[in-house]
Design a protein around this ligand. Structure first.
Ligand code: FES
Length: 163
């Protein structure tokens, strides 16, 4: 299974390799990496860091909006970057302080992500409007191709801004 920590670790290693190249460059050379160095590192960066994931948001009236999300982004970014029209969504800008980014995941996706729920998210979810068994806060859910490709995420009927 391909999980977010692995993706992040791989991305971090790719960035670390680039930093190492810069640090090891002789002082006589410019500090910035050459274009060819950058190209080599970008080619070495796994596709999973830049892969696109297709997600559908379903509104309470049954209408849907399909979006394309960068793997590694969270669902708050997915909504904002794709202009998904959810009134008041993401009011605290992803600081786990509002519950306006409440979304309802398919059960299978929720189960796979269940170990990632923090105490802070649980506390905020308790205050969300229309809480369900598979509710999560969008700002706390990071998109992976494996888990989110083709899934339909439900938008609750209302929001509750806890700030
Ligand atoms: S944006 Fe406020 S809790 Fe997610």
């Amino acid at each position: 299974m391909f999980r977010l920590p692995q993706v992040l670790r791989t991305c971090t290693q790719a960035v670390g390799g680039l930093r190492q190249s810069i640090l090891q460059a002789p002082l006589a050379r410019p500090v910035l990496p050459s274009l060819s160095q950058l190209q080599r590192h970008l080619q070495a960066t796994p596709a999973s860091c830049t892969e696109k994931v297709n997600i559908t948001f379903e509104f309470p009236d049954g209408t849907q909006q399909k979006v394309t999300v960068k793997e590694g982004d969270n669902l708050l970014e997915a909504v904002l970057d794709n202009n998904v029209d959810i009134d008041g969504f993401g009011a605290c800008e992803g600081t786990l302080a509002c519950s306006t980014c409440h979304l309802i995941l398919p059960e299978a996706v929720y189960e796979q992500l269940s170990s990632d729920i923090s105490e802070e998210e649980m506390d905020m979810l308790d205050l969300a409007y229309g809480l369900t068994e598979t509710s999560r806060l969008g700002c706390a859910c990071h998109v992976t191709k494996e888990l989110f490709e083709g899934v339909v995420i439900k938008v609750p009927e209302g929001i509750n801004d806890q700030r």
